[in-house]
Design a protein around this ligand. Sequence first.
Ligand SMILES: Cc1cc2nc3c(=O)[nH]c(=O)nc-3n(C[C@H](O)[C@H](O)[C@H](O)COP(=O)(O)OP(=O)(O)OC[C@H]3O[C@@H](n4cnc5c(N)ncnc54)[C@H](O)[C@@H]3O)c2cc1C
Length: 571
Amino acid sequence: MYLNGVASKKITYDAIVIGSGISGGYAAKELCEAGLKTLVLERGRDVKHIQDYPTAMTDPWDLPHHGKLPQEVIDENPIVKRCYAFDEATQHFFVRDKEHPYIQEKPFDWIRGYQVGGKSLLWARQTQRWSDYEFEAPARDGFAVDWPIRYADLAPWYSKVEKFVGISGNKDGIKSLPDGEFLPAWELNCLEKHIQKSVKENYANRHVIIGRCAHLTKPNPIHLAQGRGQCQARHLCYRGCPFGGYFSSNSATLPWAAKTGNLTLRPHSVVHSIIYDEQKGKAKGVRVVDSETKEVMEFYAKIIFVNAATLNTNLILLNSTSNRFQQGLGNDNGLLGKYVAFHNYRGSGGATFEGFEDQYYLGRRPTTAFMPSFRNLEKQEMDFQRGYMVAFSASRAGWQQDINQPTFGEDYKAKATNVGPWGVFIMMQGETVPREENHLRLSTDKKDAWGVPQLITSIGYDAENDEKMMKDFHQQATEMLEKAGCKNIYMSDSKQAPGLDIHEMGGVRMGKDPKTSLLNKFNQLHTCKNVFVTDGACMTSVGNQNPSLTFMALTARAVNHAVAEMKKGSL
Ligand SMILES: Cc1cc2nc3c(=O)[nH]c(=O)nc-3n(C[C@H](O)[C@H](O)[C@H](O)COP(=O)(O)OP(=O)(O)OC[C@H]3O[C@@H](n4cnc5c(N)ncnc54)[C@H](O)[C@@H]3O)c2cc1C
């Protein structure tokens, strides 16, 4: 049917974007704004802003199990049940274990959201810029390969993204966590301020700040033009926000792209592989399986952005074989799928605090206190490589009822209206070092329901480096809490599998040399220049910051380059 010129024209676009999550949504916005007819292919169902958030306004007593998951859902989902955000009110945005199997050569909790908007509906919205401490790390410390870019290359793109997305925060003036374009910040509560002061008094290079996050504390005209309004501090974000108070593809980038008239969004479209044109020496389109009808179809475009999220992007490229690329698109050096890394969240802890009994806080603030990395900054000084951020929050216990006591009467009301003592929760977000053995590959015999080979994950901790880093966090967190006068301090190791951090990155890394990397400094496959990878798969190393802001900034920069190259006729 594609021989007919008219039919072929209908399925030919200027650009194709694979995936509609955080990075794909941003690619779509930029491409459409630049005037390119853009097809976004999304494997999941459509989720329309507001109308498809079924639990956004539901009170706990109106949920069949008051927000708790029924036991059968827990039993059927041993992987996704471990994600803290998976509950009765949010479960419809998460992938169920059985529906999308993969093979864990080593334990890996793959947490996914297959729908229009991807995980942008589910993320915790913490956003920090990288600094040159991260971009220079592989070269300085001798791991992975040197990044082909530095902070200065990305800084203007961070600014562009931040202005559109809406990031709240303070200009803290910390070299390892560059400031951005901020809306007013949330506030630390009294105990957090007390710990902030104690840390300042006791440590020269440690800084407690309020977490920067993608919430509209005071919308600017650009946010109002997106139809979004001020965050109501409900902290029901994982259900989808009808106010557009936090950033998601559904509330911001996709509707913005649609307004240009250049967007075609096709849900239920599982991208099977990218089609390589052997004569022209570039990609010509993608092969898609309709998830509902299982019909196989092709779509064509001049450029292709792969934004299916790290692991699926690796899968699609590994599955895109041709005479020229027999082991996956762009994979001449055999490194595709290798050097995957993630964040080490294993260490956490807590404490109690006596005092501030006459103080409280208002609303459900959607962020916490943060301490940028303070280890190995200027030079290697610890017995482990790289560093970790610390996140902590203080709150008052309360309203926790003893289920053996009656939940009515005078005593109950008295208890229910008194708040309990202050407590602190503290956790690490550590950088792991990409290693070749941490890799992804395709099963040669197992396929999913759409005929796509299943992914094999072979990703683990570095017993030495990651454990030493966690021990250091335990010691330092204990010491900082002690110095601040906290009591009953405990530390723990969740021993959680990689993947549950939901910050997996790499496999299609950027670099200067095609012999040791897959992508150039503009996220183009070295050997197939009209294919761009701008999600987490492109990351050469993983830093210690929450990654999604960096994915969006890299995406905006890559689109800008793609459009300029197309104008020159070189793509
Ligand atoms: C509970 C939770 C908390 C998080 N907190 C934070 C945080 O605070 N800060 C932060 O920076 N990050 C956070 N993250 C991670 C963040 O969500 C991801 O980094 C981000 O969504 C990645 O963007 P992406 O575009 O690569 O992928 P996604 O947003 O996952 O989008 C990928 C899309 O591609 C689609 N897709 C996949 N395969 C195919 C295919 N073959 N064909 C077509 N479509 C396909 C998927 O259905 C999906 O819609 C969190 C994630 C979760 C779940």
